[in-house]
Design a protein around this ligand. Structure first.
Ligand SMILES: *Cc1c(COP(=O)(O)O)cnc(C)c1O
Length: 643
């Protein structure tokens, strides 16, 4: 017999997608470890309670920087192992693509660990480059620049090289080369950036970002364009600047076979260029290492059918094979993994605020008497006599009676009270049928649909658009787990509704080993007690791509270090307040205050409010400028208007 804790571990798939970082302790709380098999652990519920005592309520984004460090080490070790195993003659270096999560805390934590292995940065815009130029990275690490560039962007790269960084400008379009050659003449009296070329491969990736590769891709140079770049650089006497070949066939590459094909093709292009006496020695295989969000280890969109070690082995072995075949030196392998490094380190913890009633419940107990219409008497009879033996038939009967009920109502033959009675009875029959279906493990489509209809809708204090935009935009799955009560069996089936005024603001797809779950098992809400859930693995792309739908803005944020005693809250960053949120939409605080004051003054002048009442309203309004944009829950006291 397994314990309840073992059952909940399995139910939520924690060991499948958790990469060894997450577990449940004896209290039934979710815990986080700084690395796999580490005895140290932080209790997430304790952290949330601690933050609440400091006035930091949910939703709160918890960052565990140690998980980021641990992922960097995992990746470095995988490549080190492969390089040894296959006796590869080149090195492996990473450049972290800032677009995945540009937050200073994330980039600085990465750089701290990265400097031990000469791992550097990748920037894809002027703003990212601007930040990168001021950050401390190890002297031998690279700063790779991808994305479309104007002259200003490229000049900034030259300035970066002057400042001592090993900058690589990756040419995505031929016109960028003209700027590079012109600026090279201007800056040639000092250290200069290197040049790379992004190749448009015939091979495509797999998964959601398949379009990033293949002949129709948005980025990269065709074979003729690559030859043209080489010709022009030779002609300009700048061919020694050309050092790197780059490709990137997409993010969250789910299928290792596709990755191998792309590497084979790119390695061949590298070898052929090398044979043209071009001093190219860096082969940049892009990003795309997938995160197994659902833990199924398959080529499904939210998963991956390979481990980091298998990925490294395939990259190293394939490049080596091609180089030996073509008789060229092994290049240094550059890798731009972002998602793999940052996804694990962040989770959003929030509270379920309430339940949204969607089925008709009886507010007053209903009584049936003999002069009720026939349809009501029949529905009442179904309710009384439904059983495990007849629930299917009775459910279908109830559906018919409901249609009849509405027909009678529309013909004016029954009253509003009758209709209400009938609806309550109908949903009662449905709930009973659903219970019998569950008991008998009925998986027929009818009852699947009914279960979805009857499942609880938990009103959850967050914005899907702000905190998990990919769930809304591309149906990506994220693991969701309660952070406490995990030593008790969940008894409810639920979906999550966020607090935006948007019917798309829901989470109704959940990780499952074999399929996608439409409903999540959660605990029943206890009045007066908060119920907290965590949305995990949100450290890559989510927080930085989230939008300001409904002006919710950033949630609170806390940085947590896990130590021998549990945890240490290193830093707290308060989320967006109302004043900041309205300013993002270009309102001016002063003007808003003035506008409200003017309205009140008019009412006072007309005698509809006393001066004191007016003052109080104005004071209240102005005091709310600093309040949190999310719902205030039990743990955070708020200043109430005097009743
Ligand atoms: C987005 C991007 C990456 C990062 O991809 P991940 O899937 O996060 O590893 C790397 N390189 C380029 C050029 C990118 O555009």
């Amino acid at each position: 017999m397994s314990t309840v804790i073992e059952q909940t571990l399995e139910l939520y798939g924690i060991e499948n997608w958790g990469a060894g970082y997450f577990d449940i302790n004896r209290k039934g709380n979710l815990i986080v470890r700084p690395s796999e098999n580490d005895p140290r652990a932080a209790d997430v519920k304790e952290i949330i309670d601690d933050l609440a005592r400091r006035g930091i309520g949910t939703p709160v984004l918890l960052r565990f920087p140690q998980l980021l460090t641990s992922q960097v080490r995992k990746l470095q070790r995988a490549f080190r192992n492969s390089i040894r195993e296959f006796d590869y003659q080149g090195a492996h270096m990473c450049v972290y693509p800032m677009k995945v999560n540009q937050h200073r805390a994330v980039v600085e934590e990465y750089l701290r660990e990265a400097s031990r292995y000469d791992f550097g940065l990748e920037a894809g815009s002027k703003a990212e480059l601007y930040a990168a130029l001021a950050l401390e990275q190890s002297p031998d690490s690279l700063l790779v620049l991808n994305g479309f560039k104007d002259e200003e962007f490229i000049e900034m790269a030259f300035v970066g090289a002057r400042s001592g960084k090993r900058v690589v400008i990756v040419i995505e379009k031929l016109s960028e080369l003209d700027h590079v050659l012109r600026l090279a003449d201007r800056y040639e009296d000092g250290p200069m950036p290197m040049v790379g070329i992004r190749v448009k491969l015939y091979s495509k990736g797999s998964g959601r970002w398949e379009k990033s590769g293949g002949e129709a891709a948005k980025f990269g140079l065709t074979t003729t364009e690559i030859l043209e770049v080489i010709r022009r650089m030779q002609e300009a006497g700048r061919i020694q600047m050309l050092r790197l070949l780059h490709f990137h066939i997409g993010s969250q590459l789910t299928d290792i076979k596709r990755i191998k094909n792309a590497i084979k093709e790119a390695a061949r292009v590298y070898a052929k260029i090398r044979q043209m006496k071009v001093p190219i020695d860096l082969l940049d295989v892009g990003g795309g290492m997938a995160v197994d969000y659902d833990g199924s280890r398959t080529a499904f969109d939210s998963s991956a059918n390979y481990t980091a070690q298998e990925f490294a082995n395939d990259v190293v072995y394939t490049i080596k094979q091609v180089c030996e075949d073509e008789n060229v030196p092994h290049p240094t392998i550059i890798q731009e993994s972002g998602r793999f490094l940052t996804a694990y380190h962040a989770m959003l913890v929030t509270n379920v605020q309430d339940e949204i009633e969607t089925v008709v419940e009886d507010i007053q107990p209903i009584e049936i008497d003999d002069d009720d219409p026939q349809v009501i008497i029949e529905l009442a009879d179904l309710r009384e006599t439904i059983s495990a033996k007849n629930y299917r038939e009775y459910y279908h009967d109830a559906l018919e009676h409901r249609d009849e009920l509405f027909t009678l109502f529309n013909l004016g033959l029954i009253s509003l009270e009758d209709r209400a009675k009938g609806e309550v009875l109908f949903w009662d029959v449905c709930e009973r049928a659903n219970r019998f279906a569950r008991q008998t493990e009925d998986v027929s489509e009818d009852f699947d649909e009914l279960r979805r209809l009857l499942c609880a809708k938990y009103l959850t204090n967050f914005s899907v658009f702000r905190s998990v935009p990919d769930h809304w935009a591309i149906d990506q799955l994220f693991p969701i787990v309660p952070i406490h009560r995990l030593n008790k069996q969940p008894t409810e089936y639920a979906t999550l509704c966020d607090i935006t005024c948007d019917s798309d603001g829901v989470v109704d797809k959940f990780v499952d080993l074999h399929d996608v779950k439409q409903i999540l098992e959660l605990h029943a809400l206890t009045p007066g007690e908060p119920y907290y859930i965590a949305i995990l693995l949100v450290g890559a792309y989510q927080e930085v791509m989230g939008s300001n739908h409904n002006l919710f803005g950033n949630p609170n944020e806390a940085h947590i270090y896990i130590d021998d005693d549990g945890y240490l809250i290193k830093k707290v960053i308060p989320g967006t307040n109302v004043g900041e949120a309205v300013e993002r939409a270009h309102y001016d605080r002063g003007q808003l205050h003035e506008g409200f004051r003017r309205r009140i003054e008019q009412l006072v002048r007309r005698g509809e409010l006393s001066e004191a009442q007016g003052m109080e309203l104005v004071e209240y309004y102005e005091s709310r400028i600093n309040s949190y944009t999310y719902l205030v829950n039990g743990s955070t006291p708020s200043r109430r208007l005097r009743d």
